[in-house]
Design a protein around this ligand. Structure first.
Ligand code: ATP
Ligand code: MG
Length: 311
């Protein structure tokens, strides 16, 4: 979509952060949803924009009917994002998904956003990369903070997000393919920064879903990240452990890890399950509070790092 600079520039919101990396399944959507929920809980008016073809519904918007739909067409399944970009109008998010939190959910229609932009780029040139920034600008003053979830392995959608945000944070798992996936975001980062969004900055990289005690391996991963993204890259200290069961169950319930952990005292016990009074999925795994705590440390560190204004 982007090849050279465009005359128009739109300053991204001061406090805006995208979670992105070229690789799929590394934790982008989980972390973006938790950043948004933590921000809203701290009292900041927060907007989460999910530029993803897959709606993981971490906040239970669809599965638990949370939030108030905007008037007119549904904003679910990526339709809100598609409509705003297609009609060149301001974004209309789902309101109050949590107190202080509005969301534009992702979903299948986001794939059509990509097709639309590629078609428009032929006629209108590289300025189409600013389509999301343009639809966001009129409503951005309503929010203290804007967060973006992004799609993997799609340059057009990645550039669309990078053109609308000030900060980028990059999750990685410890495997080589996650680290190689950073090459793509790194290329898109520089393309967008040079062409349309000079304010864009790489706030940091963090290891996600890894055993926090595997410190020797983490040092090796950090070294590989520096080789890929440059020696000056900030690598965050917080590491959220690999805890598949509570992560999946929380998502299924449309709850953040913290909200899910809060159910633990009232949840079914092993004895209840053994006695047939409850099902396995009614139990909240005992590892959930630990997962919630690690996520909270990570979201705090990301906000702190973005506030520092790294170059
Ligand atoms: N701490 C964790 N430990 C283990 N599994 C996790 C953890 N956090 C999230 N997961 C699970 O990992 C999977 C991938 O997470 P997620 O959807 O956030 O990644 P993604 O980068 O957004 O993926 P995609 O590229 O497909 O959009 C999901 O099934 C999620 O429930
Ligand atoms: Mg995702």
């Amino acid at each position: 979509m982007l090849s050279s600079g465009v005359p128009e520039q739109i300053a991204p919101p001061d406090d805006s952060t995208a979670v992105g990396t070229g690789k799929g399944g590394v934790g982008k959507s989980t972390v973006a949803a938790h950043l948004a929920a933590a921000s809203a809980e701290s009292g900041k008016r927060t907007l989460l924009i999910c530029v993803t073809g897959q709606d993981d519904d971490d906040l239970g918007i669809k599965s638990h009917n949370r939030g108030d739909q905007p008037p007119g067409d549904s904003a679910l399944d990526g339709q809100g994002l598609y409509k705003a970009i297609h009609d060149r109008v301001p974004l209309q998010p789902i309101r109050e998904v949590r107190p202080n939190l509005d969301v534009l959910p992702g979903g299948p229609r986001v794939a059509e956003v990509r097709d639309l932009l590629l078609m428009r780029a032929l006629k209108e040139g590289p300025g189409v990369a600013l389509s999301l920034a343009r639809s966001l600008a009129p409503i951005a003053p309503l929010y203290d903070r804007v967060l973006f979830d992004s799609a993997p392995e799609d340059d057009t959608l990645e550039q669309l997000v990078l053109a609308a945000t000030r900060n980028l944070v990059v999750p990685t798992r410890s495997d080589g393919s996650s680290i190689r996936g950073m090459d793509r975001i790194s290329k898109n980062f520089w393309t967008v920064k040079n062409a349309v969004n000079p304010a864009l900055r790489l706030a940091g990289v963090f290891l996600y879903a890894s055993n926090p005690n595997a410190t020797v391996m983490h040092d090796a991963v950090r070294e590989e990240v520096r080789e890929t993204l440059g020696s000056g890259i900030a690598i965050l200290e917080s590491i959220v452990g690999y805890r598949e069961v509570p992560a999946r169950r929380a998502r299924k319930k449309g709850l953040t890890f913290g909200e899910y952990a809060a159910l633990l005292p009232q949840a079914a016990s092993v004895a209840d399950v053994k006695a047939g009074r409850a099902k396995e999925e009614d139990m909240v795994p005992p590892s959930t509070p630990g997962l919630a705590k690690e996520m909270s440390q990570l979201t705090d560190e990301i906000f702190e790092r973005c506030a520092r204004g790294v170059a």
